[in-house]
Design a protein around this ligand. Sequence first.
Ligand code: SF4
Length: 310
Amino acid sequence: MVRDKKTELRRFIEEQEVHFPTRWDNTKLQSARDCPRFCFFRHFLGLTRQSGTSLPAAFGVALHMGIQSLWEGKSVEEATHLAYEEFNKSGLLFSTKEPYTAERIPLVLMQWRDVYSSHQLTMLKPEVGFIFPLSDEWDYYGRIDGIFQEDESGTEGIYELKTTKSKWWIKPNPHNQLDGYLVALSQYQGRYVRNAIVDIIELQVRQTNFYRRETWRSEERLQLWHRETLWLIQYMKNCYDYGVFPANTGHCSSWGGCQFQDLCTLQSPRQWIKLMPTYDVNPWKPWVADEEDSGISLNETKKGGEESDI
Ligand code: SF4
């Protein structure tokens, strides 16, 4: 009986011509850790019911644009203008839901500039995308918010900006995304890069708090991330080859309730076909690597997709 189920899902994979992803980013890897079956629905089949951008994500992307502009030396007014342009792309610019309102943006930008005006940090390169081979078969890609240099020591590292409703949700260590980005930058620089800074903007209804966390990783730790990531992708490859994507039901209530619950409750993959048209097919593409990308490269990014890791 168990063999039949495996065969059925494997047959589904073949009939639907579902390919195994060769490029992995932090979002895909995290969904594989959280629930392999969710990862299959979202990142192998490309299904979603959340094609629109959420208000917190749209606000976060706009704020990213504003902060990036401040790093480039633009005024708060210019940064606000650019942030509004970005916010407007989501169609949510006129939201009145606190704390995600357009009026909040110049206030946050002004406060951020004042809080960090005396910090001796230079942004060498903001918003950089990368792709590098994890193995002969699989690549890792992503987008780093910036590469910084400390003015006094000359130390370089990666900079990440996170907007959140509670700072307690963001722990810079352990943190798979930071590990992976440090591995990427180390590969690119040809030497071990260990430092990272996480700027946390905590958005509460009546106030905004700013926290800057510095963290670092040993070389061994980064090697471990590489091994663990290859192990995880190989695990997903085994799931794909055998036609078994285990359900982690401990995550069904995560993400505000899993969007794939109705598919997941069906008794067999054969029945998925009927329900699949109720989903959009919108593959996860947070940014697009240039076609000529090969090996290790850091590129200017083209943003896209409906999800955000902010
Ligand atoms: S409903 Fe639960 S088990 Fe099914 S895909 Fe979603 S998180 Fe995984």
